[in-house]
Design a protein around this ligand. Structure first.
Ligand code: ATP
Ligand code: MG
Length: 365
């Protein structure tokens, strides 16, 4: 870079790049998919950058798999277009789209050994046997399955099958990786372990990844951005932090994490700004503090609202306690970590709840 008259000037190549920016790796341009009269996906517009990890999150039937199938070329849009690296793929068959895919069920070839499963994508691309063997060895080692290459899929545990499915999707080095509920069949511990594995594979291989899930924790853990879908449409796209902290709708607020949505709470909720019509008050359970009624007012008293209520229910959840507390006509969910020695409240206890006014969100209903 040159310094000119006290300013840094970018080199010529960078100026050229600025003028013709790299197109997004994947673009959905107002894509609709009809199945008879059902619109599985409606006017979906979405861009995914090279190397990004994007998660599609949404309830069952919201169109997540359909969106992925359209991108993979297993279904064609009824309207709209899909671009990869700036070019329409309308006329490109699925086997030429160069994408690694892990389907909703692992779908390993049951009659082929682990090795042969991994060799298959390479064989399809015309790679010679010696090259294939070396690549399969490296990949088996990478996913910690070197010992199991000779086994059939039915002789593997769920987690091992999932590793093979991921390895098979990655082995031919496709620029795009599509994962549909890749960890859906695994128990919680294994899921968490495999989430770590997916994260580290993404870091290492840098593939543009679209991952479908209905597990919010998984979405928050893995993604650069999350798309929340509802009834075939995008409800919100944002970073995990922004979605959680500033949900655009009450649907997003309740779908991503737990939320107290207070429509007619029966008591005045103090807000820093006037509440626009058509919005509801939302506060996250972990933003509410619970204390004995006689507890002295804590710090920041001027910025907090305090109400009294009665515990209706206490749910034990390992290091967390979840309380349901009645305040006038509302029942608020309160969640807190309980260090040993801290007071635990029981149903029937009168308590004081308080929260920072700045933790109140006003979201469209
Ligand atoms: N081949 C098909 N024929 C008819 N309707 C379909 C077909 N595939 C999907 N649908 C419908 O389209 C809608 C979206 O389905 P999709 O499989 O995309 O949902 P999803 O978000 O992946 O759900 P899940 O979380 O249960 O996997 C549903 O109403 C579904 O019944
Ligand atoms: Mg699905």
């Amino acid at each position: 870079m040159k310094v000119h008259a006290g300013r840094f000037l970018p080199p010529i190549e960078e100026i050229a790049l600025e003028k013709s920016p790299v197109p997004p790796q994947i673009e959905f341009c107002s894509v609709t998919k009809m199945y008879g009269t059902v619109a599985a996906v409606k006017e979906l517009s979405l861009s995914v950058s090279r190397g990004e990890f994007l998660t599609i999150l949404g309830p069952s039937g919201s169109g997540k798999t359909t969106a992925l199938m359209l991108l993979a070329g297993f279904a064609a849009p009824s309207e709209g277009d899909i671009l990869i690296a700036g070019k329409s793929v309308a006329a490109v068959p699925s086997y030429r789209r160069d994408q690694g895919i892990v389907f909703q069920s692992y779908a390993l070839f049951p009659h082929l050994t682990v090795r042969r499963n991994l060799e298959f994508p390479l064989e399809m691309r015309g790679m010679k046997a010696a090259g294939r063997a070396a690549k399969v060895d490296r990949m088996l080692e990478r996913v910690h399955l070197s010992e199991l290459g000779g086994r059939m899929p039915s002789q593997l545990s769920g987690g091992q099958q999932q590793r093979v499915a991921l390895a098979r999707a990655l082995i031919a080095d496709p620029p795009i990786l599509l994962l549909d509920e890749p960890l859906g069949a695994l128990d919680r511990n294994l899921r968490e372990q495999m989430q770590g594995e997916i994260k580290s594979l993404h870091k290492e291989f840098g593939k543009t990844t679209i991952c479908v899930t209905h597990d919010q924790e998984e979405a928050l853990t893995l993604s650069d951005r999350i798309v929340v879908m509802r009834d075939g449409r995008i409800e919100q796209i944002d970073t995990p932090e922004a979605l959680y902290d500033r949900p655009a709708t009450s649907f997003v607020a309740t779908f991503l994490g737990e939320a107290n949505i207070l429509e007619n709470p029966g008591f005045k909720i103090e807000t820093d700004v006037a509440q626009p019509s058509g919005t509801v008050v939302m506060i996250r359970p972990e933003c509410i503090c619970i204390a004995a009624q006689t507890a002295p007012k804590g710090a920041q008293a001027g910025q907090r609202q305090s109400v009294t209520g009665m515990v209706e229910d206490m749910i034990y959840a390992g290091p967390l306690r979840k309380y349901h507390v009645r305040v006038e006509s509302s029942v608020l969910i309160v969640r807190e970590h309980v260090p040993s020695g801290q007071q635990i409240f029981e149903p029937g206890d009168e308590v004081q709840l308080d929260w920072l006014r700045s933790d109140i969100r006003l979201v469209p209903a």
